[in-house]
Ligand binder design. Structure first.
Ligand SMILES: Nc1nc2c(c(=O)[nH]1)N[C@H]1C(S)=C(S)[C@@H](COP(=O)(O)O)O[C@H]1N2
Ligand SMILES: [Mo]
Length: 345
């Protein structure tokens, strides 16, 4: 499916001037005398290793790619260059049993992600060495990363170490540890797997208004009118739905509310100190007295693109400058104006 750059997948917002860093921030360093190389291993006739210099010496293909991060920001029209996955695989001759490809990073957690091999090829997965005409910087996965067009960006591994062809799928880090969807098509909004089980545990937590330290993916609390005083310190509540709920005085300090729906919620005097609220939706919420000090706000929204459905903010809503800097414009301007903070205040 080809889509035009002007159109964004569901619930994505533009991050036109910035390319944020997400996930791990650096590779594992090379040993003395080691050079960076990429290997193709597993179900191939000929396992092969290329140094980065050898990859650079191969014909380079340029690709314009729309980056879509699962935390709701998009950066259309990024120019990458490198060697198509297909070229490397041709040289290694995949066996007929090879159905999946796993990209493994040289990083602290040996980070990985996987795709159906056929999908990786048809999407045009690129073993990427260049960005906007320059060598790809280490901060964004250089010297060599994968870029998989048409998938949420967690399918694009930074600091590529090896490409493994497999007969059975092996879930990657975000997919296995955090419930991210294994296909990850942004046009179908495949952000999270549907969580199984835990229903009674979730109900008990809602009843006791106590989520402290709990891990629940994609819970739906939107039918609970009164969760005022909710305790959710350090809770992992990615993709939770708290739409329209009374959460006055709720404690979300240190919690993970990535992509949560908090639109229209009563969040008066709620605290999000040090919380991860990337991609969270606060449109139309009452945020008077709420505290976002030290919160991670990238991709969060406080009003619609056309400034409709504004959250209720005033001087009593606490933000620090570091947190504010991570808001996309026009969200940042909206929040600064509503809370009476001039840029650089
Ligand atoms: N090695 C490694 N690759 C990774 C990750 C990671 O944590 N480690 N995070 C993924 C996620 S979730 C995203 S959105 C992109 C972010 O790439 P960037 O930091 O260059 O924006 O890298 C992906 N590749
Ligand atoms: Mo991501």
């Amino acid at each position: 499916m080809t889509k035009q750059s002007e159109e964004l997948p569901p619930r994505q917002r533009l991050a036109p001037h910035i390319w944020p860093h997400v996930g791990e921030s650096r590779p594992k360093s090379l040993g003395a005398g080691e050079v960076w190389s990429v290997s193709v291993v597993g179900l191939v006739d000929e396992e092969t290793t290329w140094t980065v210099d050898e990859l650079r010496a191969m014909p380079q293909v340029e690709q314009t790619v729309d980056i879509h991060c699962v935390t709701r920001w998009s950066k259309p029209g990024a120019h990458f260059s490198g060697v198509p996955l297909a070229r490397l695989l041709e040289a290694c001759r995949p066996k007929s049993e090879a159905r999946y490809v796993s990209f493994v990073a040289r990083s602290e957690r040996s980070h990985s992600t996987s795709l159906v091999l056929e999908d990786a090829l048809s999407l045009g997965a690129l073993v990427t060495l260049g960005y906007e005409g320059e060598a790809l910087g280490e901060d964004h996965g250089g010297p060599v990363r994968v870029v998989v067009p048409g998938r949420y960006f967690y399918k694009s591994v930074k600091w590529l170490d090896r490409i493994e062809l497999l007969a059975k799928d092996r879930l990657g880090y975000w997919e296995k540890e955090h419930g991210y969807h294994n296909v990850a098509d942004p046009w179908r909004e495949e952000r999270y797997i549907v969580p199984e089980g835990k229903g009674s545990e979730v109900r008990a937590a809602l009843q006791n208004k106590d989520f402290t330290g709990k891990h629940f993916l994609s819970i739906d609390a939107s039918g609970h009118e009164d969760l005022s005083g909710l305790r959710a310190e350090r809770a992992q509540l990615r993709n939770a739905n708290f739409r329209g709920v009374n959460l006055e005085n709720a404690d979300f300090n240190g919690a993970n509310l990535t992509n949560a729906r908090l639109n229209g919620a009563n969040l008066r005097n709620a605290t999000f100190v040090g919380a991860d609220v990337e991609g969270a939706d606060f449109t139309g919420a009452d945020l008077r007295g709420a505290n976002f000090t030290g919160a991670r706000l990238f991709g969060a929204t406080f009003c619609e693109q056309d400034l409709s459905s504004p959250a209720l903010l005033d001087r009593s809503t606490a933000f620090d400058d570091v947190a504010l800097e991570r808001l996309l414009s026009p969200q940042q301007e909206f929040v600064r104006r509503a809370t009476g903070r001039a840029p650089g205040d």
